[in-house]
Ligand binder design. Structure first.
Ligand SMILES: NC(=O)c1ccc[n+]([C@@H]2O[C@H](COP(=O)([O-])OP(=O)(O)OC[C@H]3O[C@@H](n4cnc5c(N)ncnc54)[C@H](OP(=O)(O)O)[C@@H]3O)[C@@H](O)[C@H]2O)c1
Length: 268
């Protein structure tokens, strides 16, 4: 298999490393096209792929072309790419908010898959949801699964519209988690705990709680009850959260993210 990645930023490099680590492709069969000089130098030093500055006719020799540029750079890139694409080549886009229809129209190309990854992909703990263009064979689903699972877990969704909800849940999700962690650490510091110690306590607590959540058969309500006792400290904190409507406000925030994803893809 030969894979070309257009855009050698955070995500492009993450995918290149994952494909190599999982032995999906060999370095000589992996190309990263990156227009930024500094980033190209860094990519050459990484040594995971061939590196080039522009899209040219050599792209025809790649089976899969991953689009990892920013959504606002897509149209300019598409004008060049569409001149060379062969109908057998598969396009995998990880660009937020650009629909399969838009990709097909701009590239004059049918074989398109679209995925929404997240940043834990860098460590192999990502989760991506993806969909494929109508009329494409089912083996495209298994090929995409195989590629995306090199960065973590992957889920196929038939309905492309759900990728906006995925963007709100898992695409942006790491940032919500960091935000909550940040405020818990700040609370610890205000109580007089050294920042490093507060950070360790909070991070390990989140990690431990995730392990229980992921392995337990109990419901989330039951898990909360295991920590909480009547008139105790956890109840005092949770009652404050309930009074401040933290839960409904989190839901509202995610709905805003979904709305923004729809606006960006022109579907709002
Ligand atoms: N980061 C996330 O959490 C996340 C999550 C899900 C999806 N995504 C999607 O992943 C994509 C990439 O994100 P990123 O954070 O990796 O972006 P990034 O760091 O900005 O990387 C994109 C790179 O592509 C280069 N580029 C732009 N047009 C090009 C062209 N025609 N030919 C070659 N290189 C070109 C850019 O160069 P210049 O800087 O010089 O323009 C930049 O270095 C985005 O579409 C984003 O929506 C990101």
């Amino acid at each position: 298999m030969r894979i070309a990645i257009i855009g050698g930023g955070n995500m492009g490099l993450t995918y290149a490393k994952a494909f190599i680590n999982r032995k999906i492709v060999r370095t000589e069969n992996l190309l990263i096209i990156e227009k930024h000089d500094d980033k190209r130098l860094q990519l050459v030093q990484e040594g995971v792929a061939q590196v080039s500055s522009t899209i040219d006719s050599s792209i025809v020799s790649y089976d899969i072309v991953v689009l990892a540029v920013k959504p606002q750079d897509f149209r300019a890139m598409a004008e060049t790419l569409q001149k060379y694409l062969q109908s057998s080549q598969v396009i995998l886009s990880i660009m937020a908010g650009i629909t399969i229809q838009q990709i097909q129209d701009w590239l004059l190309h049918r074989k398109v898959a679209r995925a929404m990854p997240n940043t834990p992909a860098q460590l192999g703990y990502g989760i991506s949801a993806f969909t494929i263009a109508e009329g494409q064979p089912n083996d495209l689903i298994s090929t995409m699964d195989m590629l995306l699972e090199s960065t973590g877990k992957s889920i196929f969704l038939k309905d492309e519209k759900l990728l906006d909800a995925v963007t709100a849940l898992s695409g942006s999700g790491p940032a919500y988690f960091y935000y909550i962690v940040q405020h818990m650490i700040e609370a610890g510091v205000k109580m007089g705990v050294d920042e490093n110690i507060a950070a360790l306590l909070v991070k390990e607590t989140m990690h431990g709680a995730y392990q229980i959540l992921n392995s337990s058969k109990q419901s989330i309500d039951e898990l909360i009850s295991m920590v909480k006792s009547k008139g105790g400290t956890t109840e005092a904190a949770l009652n404050t959260m309930i009074e401040s409507e933290v839960g409904p406000n989190i839901q509202k925030a995610l709905q805003q993210a979904e709305k923004r994803a729809k606006e960006l893809s022109g579907g709002a």
